[in-house]
Design a protein around this ligand. Sequence first.
Ligand code: SAM
Length: 276
Amino acid sequence: MSQHNVGTSIALPDHRARKRFGQNFLQDDNIIRRIVAAINPKAGEHIVEIGPGQGAITTPLLASGARLDAIELDRDLAAWLQSRFADVAGFRLHQADVLKFDLASLTTEPHSLNIVGNLPYNISTPCIFHLLKYQPLIHEMTFMLQLEVVQRLAAQVGDSQYGRLGIMAQYYCQIDHLFDVPPGAFHPQPKVTSAIVRLTPHREQKLVASDTAMLQDVVRTAFSQRRKTLRNCLKPLIADIDPEVLPVDLGLRPENLSLADYVNLSNLLSTARQEQ
Ligand code: SAM
């Protein structure tokens, strides 16, 4: 990592952490170093940081010489970040809600964005679903999340955490659970353990859904009643289909189907819908 001057640290005037913005600020230098090493920023690469807060990882990321677009919702922190990094070439601040932010406004270059963040836990799942829409533009994503959410992202058929989030994330990305982070690494301390996860979009899609909206629909509908059989929970989608042609056993539960099973089922339903 080459070192670029990002100026001396300017103290943030008293900032009371705002619960509604999921503010738990990293304060452990060793953990910050491990996260930055996992991100492995490089001069010239295009980083997008979600929720930079008080700049705990922003400063070392910019020191690598990377370009960095920061998306921060809190107006006070955004104003402070803007002045803190005003002189740093390649820094751009967007005072915005990441859930409404159009990543395509930052680049048209495929696989170019390295997206990172200690995500606000209250919006982590919708945030991941929002970012997955931009998969073709993304090189890699490295996030701090609640450990429980990382376990859901990485869960395989048969795991108790297996469900919609993991299936859709694994459709688009390879998931690597890197390491856990204890509550003491933050101020204020969260109640739960956190973890760092890497999501690497597939360069070549191994399983291809002919209609990803249909895949989303099938998975959402199935897991809306995960204890019921597929025959019951998929009723709204399969009512007009001959059960004999379906590529899955309707006596199973949603948690018993693999990602490949969901893709096959969704492709069959898309074809059937087109023929109707
Ligand atoms: N990156 C900092 C750190 O590690 O110390 C702060 C992390 S804190 C867990 C989450 C950050 O996301 C806060 O700065 C918060 O204001 C910001 N945030 C919350 N909701 C947001 C949203 N919808 N869009 C963008 N930023 C948001």
